[in-house]
Design a protein around this ligand. Structure first.
Ligand SMILES: C[S@@+](CC[C@H](N)C(=O)[O-])C[C@H]1O[C@@H](n2cnc3c(N)ncnc32)[C@H](O)[C@@H]1O
Length: 262
């Protein structure tokens, strides 16, 4: 059973890191792009041509999942959220290209008043930043109409295991393996699908890994401030412990989860 104690999330620090990476995120976040496409395809496999009347997506970022959902599904009305108000401007071209418009609700998903009723709530690569996931899932349960879908992806305990082993504090606060999802879903949400399969990215150097973390904004927990000596020790240990085809590896451990309102 998952420890339900909400871990502390420094929202201002997380926002700062994602804001810094916003311009580079879309191109740099190849793993998140793949995860978003897989989550959308998994949902489409289940729902087929069934049209959705109101989709709410939180943590939409630069729109990897938004774009995939609009490509794979039939959606009438769309409400998008992200922690960063400025994410809205980046989402507009994606919506325009798909012939859609959307309402945008900026801020922490924990504080947002959810539109109701919804028949689809979705988010890719966001729930690891949420401080009280069981509480949020109970609110989703209330906002979804009977038969409505919840499609989420988070990360499991092997996520960035190289960084953890090397003593980095860049990890997000809330990782859950696939078997832990059953313990956090409220009774009114029935588990439909769970998938967990790692994606290993290769980088030329450990420094390129650090650049990748900064460019994707996922190092919001990191306290930074490395001395030259600590950086050198990190690079040496990374190269010797996690070599990958002449460079080094970084593991993403995505968990895809589909549930349905009973
Ligand atoms: C790793 S990105 C994922 C973006 C997009 N969903 C994708 O698949 O590429 C995480 C996004 O969640 C947003 N975010 C982080 N914590 C959040 C929160 N508590 N509420 C809403 N959005 C949040 C960040 O601003 C960022 O845009």
């Amino acid at each position: 059973m998952k420890d339900l104690t909400p871990p502390a999330v420094d929202a201002a620090r997380v926002a700062r890191a994602f804001r810094r990476g916003l311009g580079s995120y879309h191109g740099a976040a190849s793993a998140q792009a793949q995860i978003a496409a897989e989550l959308s395809a998994l949902l489409a496999k289940h729902v087929g041509q069934t049209p959705f009347s109101h989709l709410f997506e939180f943590g939409a970022g630069t729109g990897h999942l938004t774009d995939a959902l609009l490509r794979d599904l039939s959606v009438s009305r769309l409400t998008l959220n992200d922690l960063l108000p400025e994410a809205e401007a980046g989402l507009l071209p994606i919506l325009r290209a798909r012939g859609k418009s959307a309402s945008f609700l900026p801020g922490r998903i924990e504080d947002i008043c959810l539109p109701e009723p919804l028949d689809l709530i979705a988010a890719a690569s966001v729930v690891q930043w949420v401080s009280d996931l069981p509480g949020l899932l109970r609110r989703f349960e209330a906002a979804l109409c009977p038969g409505g879908w919840l499609a989420l992806s988070g990360f499991g305990s092997a996520h960035f295991h190289e960084l953890v082993a090397l003593g980095s504090d860049a990890a997000a606060p809330n990782y859950m393996d696939h078997h832990q999802w059953a313990g956090v879903l409220p009774q009114g949400l029935r588990l439909i699908e769970l998938r967990q399969a790692p994606i290993v990215l290769r980088f030329d150097t450990p420094r390129a890994v650090l650049r990748h973390l900064r460019d994707t904004g996922v190092n919001g927990q990191s306290r930074g401030g490395w001395s030259r000596g600590r950086l050198r020790a990190f690079e040496d240990a990374y190269c010797s412990r996690f070599p990958n085809q002449g460079g080094v590896g970084l593991t993403y451990d995505p968990v895809l989860m589909l549930a349905r309102r009973v």
